[in-house]
Structure formats: structure tokens, C-alpha cells
Ligand binder design. Structure first.
Ligand code: 5GP
Ligand code: ZN
Length: 126
């Protein structure tokens, strides 16, 4: 998918949330970034952070995206602080492609926090 998605025609749910045509519980609007609560939270705090620009995944990042990625992660750290989870700690995850279980093909970082998150077991039990 190219970076030319428009609100009117986009099949991308996160582009639609960025455009305001699909509702979401917004946590922070960073201008070129947006943070909102995950519709199906996997932790007590589960926020999704996106660039408003459509990029499919971290795997599709180009050199001209570098400042966008830096801004997105910087905003994410501020959101964690605003939510009061920075001292307790938090986890940041991005899924790329099928093996990682990426469902929404618009680059996003999961901010997970608010309780002990357990080991990063990559889906393997034990
Ligand atoms: P992925 O598996 O692609 O890394 O994560 C996609 C995340 O987006 C999932 O945790 C899912 O619950 C969340 N999600 C999917 N559709 C919506 C939506 O319409 N609104 C919100 N707020 N979250 C969504
Ligand atoms: Zn999109």
C-alpha cells in the first residue's frame, strides 16, 4: 500500500483513525503522530502509537522516514510519562509481517504497561 491513502477511500483502519473518520479513544495528538487506546487491550495500559503518514510497517521504512520514526518514539516516551507508567516501566512492541502476527498494515508501536508484563517469550511457552 502506498502513502497516498486518503480518508475518503482508505481501506486502512489506522489512516481512518488518523483522519478522524473512524472513532478512537485518543490519548495524544502529536500533529504528525497519534496515540489511542487499543480496542482490545492486552495489558492494563495498551496504547497504539502511529505516524499519521501511511507506512506499512517498520520493514518499509526509508531514509526519508528517519525523522518521523524518531518523533514517533519520542512522543511515545512522553505519552508513557503522561500516563504515569514511566517509573513502573513499560514495553514497546512493533509487529512486522505474518510471523509476528501483524494485523493492521500501518506502522504502529504498542505501548504496554500498568502491570508486570512477564517475560518476553516470543510465543513460546516455558
Ligand atoms: P498488530 O497485530 O497489527 O500489531 O496490532 C493491531 C492492534 O490494533 C491490535 O492490538 C488491535 O486490537 C488493534 N486494533 C485493530 N483495529 C482497531 C480499531 O479499529 N481501533 C483501535 N483502537 N484498535 C484497533
Ligand atoms: Zn494507513
Amino acid at each position: 500500500m502506498e502513502e497516498t491513502n486518503t480518508a475518503a477511500s482508505s481501506p486502512c483502519i489506522f489512516c481512518n483513525i488518523a483522519a478522524g473518520t473512524t472513532p478512537a479513544e485518543i490519548v495524544f495528538d502529536g500533529g504528525d503522530t497519534l496515540f489511542f487506546h487499543d480496542i482490545s487491550p492486552k495489558a492494563r495500559v495498551h496504547v497504539i502509537g502511529i505516524p499519521k503518514q501511511h507506512v506499512e510497517s517498520l520493514g518499509k521504512i526509508r531514509a526519508d522516514h528517519h525523522s518521523m520514526i524518531g518523533k514517533l518514539l519520542h512522543d511515545l516516551a512522553h505519552v508513557a510519562k503522561d500516563l504515569g507508567v514511566d517509573e513502573g516501566g513499560y514495553r514497546v512492541v512493533t509487529n512486522v509481517g505474518a510471523d509476528a502476527g501483524q494485523e493492521v498494515e500501518h506502522l504502529h508501536f504498542h505501548l504496554l504497561a500498568g502491570e508486570p508484563l512477564g517475560p518476553l517469550n516470543a510465543g513460546r511457552a516455558g
